[in-house]
Design a protein around this ligand. Structure first.
Ligand SMILES: Cc1cc2nc3c(=O)[nH]c(=O)nc-3n(C[C@H](O)[C@H](O)[C@H](O)COP(=O)(O)O)c2cc1C
Length: 301
């Protein structure tokens, strides 16, 4: 297998493929099938200052080309993650990216402040799709001014590199990306799920409203990566509907330095290790020495 390692914020990762936040539990659950350290890094479930029970069921709904989820940001809370699960990743020497969120600016700041720099932590990933309860429930990520404010506040309390994870439900994602970078974000994760609803025709009801993920999201995400990578110079992680290695390669070509895999794992729990192997095969077959040689070929560079 060829060398597909990448460098991110001075750390060498064995490959550019990570799980998408919330789609691989706390990392330990997949161990009976494959070793989590197969990935370049593990991305945590979204963590908050206090634990959350999440939403009642149904929480997932299968669509023809995607999936709608309404998990409701269930998580064990930032303290319990570090007490219970960090030792597992430390033993495996697997770098982690800590995804976190809050329902107020203070909650984001308090959560980021709690996470102390650690050799294992590559970056924080700030989920900006969360509703701001002090602004009538509008998502933090919808307006450039709100994004600038919250990213700047979080940057003020942490020395860990910060990825801003953006929602696609915006007028112009490039304006949001620029606001995040102007406020000091060190990288962008593009994109989160798209708001959607399921309809059960037999019951004549809407059983679930939530976030749409999977193949249907891929062209939207690819466009976001392509447009934003022209506008900002920070590293971009591409996520949304990546189902196989060629999907991943198309994200590298559009400007992503790494990719995350979510819904694909629900269809095939071995999707991530397969994609890693096939990316390496692709590089070998095409005489490409490193991932960075593919990045941004869609910009003609
Ligand atoms: C069941 C589920 C739970 C998710 N939980 C989170 C989360 O806690 N934090 C977050 O930032 N994104 C979360 N996401 C969004 C994913 O990380 C990813 O951005 C999105 O699913 C698009 O990628 P995909 O099409 O490969 O699934 C979740 C997605 C799913 C399907």
């Amino acid at each position: 297998m060829g060398n597909i390692s990448i460098k991110l914020f001075g750390k060498t990762l064995r490959n550019p493929v990570f799980n998408a936040s919330g789609t691989l539990g706390y990392g330990v659950e997949i161990e009976p099938l494959w070793s989590v350290e197969t990935m370049g890094a593990y991305v945590t479930k979204g963590l908050s200052i206090r634990p959350h029970h999440g939403n009642p069921t149904p929480r997932v709904w299968e669509e023809r080309h995607g999936m709608i989820n309404s998990i409701g940001l269930q998580n064990v809370g930032v303290d319990r993650f570090f007490d219970t699960y960090l030792p597992f990743f430390r033993k495996k020497r697997l770098p982690i990216i800590v995804n976190f969120f809050g329902f107020t600016e203070d909650e984001y700041v308090a959560c980021a402040e709690k996470i102390k720099p650690d050799r294992l932590i590559v970056a924080l990933e700030m989920n900006l799709s969360c509703p701001n309860i002090k602004a009538g429930g509008i998502s933090f990520g919808k307006e450039p001014s709100m994004v600038f404010k919250i990213v700047k506040k979080v940057k003020g309390v942490t020395k860990i590199p910060l990825f801003a994870k953006l929602t696609p439900e915006v007028k112009n994602i490039v304006d949001i990306a620029k606001a995040a970078c102007d406020a000091g974000a060190d990288g962008l994760t593009l994109i989160n799920t798209m708001p959607a609803a399921a309809f059960d025709a037999k019951k004549k009801s809407i059983p679930l409203k939530g976030g749409l993920s999977g193949p249907v999201l891929k062209p939207i995400s690819l466009r976001a990566v392509h447009e934003c990578s022209k506008a900002v110079s920070v590293p971009i992680i591409g996520v949304g509907g990546i189902m196989d290695a060629m999907d991943a390669v198309s994200f590298f070509m559009a400007g992503a330095r790494a990719v995350q895999i979510g819904t694909a794992t629900f269809i095939d729990p071995y999707a991530i290790p397969k994609i890693i192997k096939e990316i390496s095969d692709y590089l070998d077959a095409n005489g490409i020495k490193k991932i960075d040689d593919i990045v941004r070929t869609a910009h003609g560079k």
